[in-house]
Write a protein that binds this ligand. Structure first.
Ligand code: C5P
Length: 403
């Protein structure tokens, strides 16, 4: 529970997504956070202060001139003890106000007078989001250090489809949690491989591994949360790139290898999470192979390069973390793999328990022995793996593949 006891000001502005602010307030309260709500006048047209009062168990503030604030310094007092201001939804109008430093109602004044960080979750029609003025304001706000959660693309309340949908409350909650993560990898360049690779047999058939990419994406996200600059080289997955992570999409092991070859020498850390196909088809058919009249079929396979072993063997290798999914004898196989690839840290799990799932259970193997983690959601495991790596780096343990 990263958010237990944390003090938030939840600002709600006037858009249809305001109804989701009620759910966000509820999620924050469930996490044990202290949630004070300030609404704009327009927001109260979409959701009533009574709703947010009931959900947070606190008075809701809407008026700059509220006589309940004894010294009439509500615009300062109400945000002074807050650790984060979250504005969800944040309308185009409100972003414009923030960017311009305007303070003409309670919420904009609280933001202008804040000492705490500010996270906004924009919500607006696609044209409003793409409007040059809005984009200019977003750019200004990012430059001012304002954090953005979303928006996402998708169906909009107005019937149009496109960028501008507010993130779901659960996603905003995850962004808030991310802000409170420690930053032990600040300034580090991190390279992550994730997902399966696909090795074509013919134009429509492939050899691949059963991998959802979830663990690799979670590692990329956790590294980003820890302050690193992260590049994710990903095979085909159904996942969205984590916020703030640069993704390079590849298909085959050879393409993944090419991308890694370019990036690894300039990286401080390398996480090889991808389930790289060990073999590719020697003679890929240019046309779809027709089914024969009974009988079998033989494919000639050739071995793919071992990307992790290549990175670990670089003269100035980044700190390398290998991942291994085993189906039996976890410790034995993992230790053998760690030695063979010569990496300081190997994360192993039983494939049967993790494939495609949101939760997993892993064991870390390093020079100090074994460290079991989980069962837990993959993002939580990824955060712990990143924290373990940061401790190894700080402790100046063996951080090079070649000692
Ligand atoms: O497939 P294997 O169990 O050997 O994978 C262990 C580790 O090696 C993983 O971190 C995986 O990403 C990496 N690997 C690789 N290139 C390969 C095979 C595996 O980078 N061709």
């Amino acid at each position: 529970m990263t958010l237990k006891g944390k003090k938030f000001l939840l600002g709600v502005t006037g858009g249809i997504a305001a109804y989701k602010a009620a759910q966000l307030a509820r999620l924050l309260v469930k996490e044990g956070a202290d949630v004070r709500v300030a609404m704009t006048e327009a927001a109260t047209r979409f959701v009533t202060p009574v709703t947010l009062q009931a959900l947070t168990g606190q008075a809701v503030w809407t008026d700059l001139w509220d006589p309940r604030v004894r010294d009439n310094m509500g615009h300062i007092e109400l945000s002074r003890d807050r650790e984060l201001i979250v504005v969800a939804p944040a309308t185009a109008d409100f972003l414009a106000k923030l960017a311009g430093g305007l303070a003409d109602d309670l919420l904009s004044t609280l933001c202008a007078a804040r000492r705490s960080p500010l996270l906004v979750a924009p919500a607006m029609n696609v044209e409003m989001w793409e409007n040059a003025a809005t984009q200019r304001n977003v750019h200004t706000l990012r430059g001012d250090g304002v954090h953005f959660a979303g928006p996402a693309a998708g169906d909009q309340a107005c019937g149009e489809v496109g960028m501008g949908r507010m993130l779901e409350p659960e996603e905003i909650l995850a962004e808030i949690e991310a802000l409170f993560q420690p930053k032990p990898l600040a300034g580090k360049r991190v390279l992550v491989t994730a997902g399966p690779t696909e090795e074509p047999i013919d134009p429509v058939r492939v050899i691949t591994n059963a991998s959802s990419g979830k663990m690799g994406y979670a590692v990329a996200r956790a590294a980003r949360e820890a302050g690193a600059r992260v590049t994710l080289v990903s095979g085909p997955t159904a996942l969205d790139a984590p916020a703030g992570v640069q993704r390079i999409a590849v298909r085959t092991a050879e393409q993944m290898f090419e991308a890694v070859k370019k990036l690894a020498p300039d990286s401080d850390l390398f996480f090889g999470v991808a389930a790289v196909s060990d073999y590719r088809v020697k003679n890929r058919a240019a046309q779809k192979i027709k089914k024969g009249a009974g009988g079998g079929m033989t494919l000639e396979l050739i071995e793919n390069p071992d990307i992790l072993a290549w990175v670990a063997a670089l003269k100035d290798a980044p700190f390398c973390v290998g991942f291994a999914a085993e189906s039996e004898k976890l410790a034995e196989n993992a230790q053998a793999k760690r030695a063979k690839k010569d990496v300081p840290l190997l994360v192993a799990n039983l494939a049967q328990r993790a494939l495609g799932a949101d939760d997993s259970e892993v064991t870390l193997f390093d020079d100090d022995g074994r460290h079991p983690l989980g069962p837990a959601p993959k993002l939580e495991l990824a955060r712990e793996i990143v924290a373990h790596v940061a401790r190894m780096l700080a402790g100046e343990k063996r951080t090079r593949a070649k000692a």
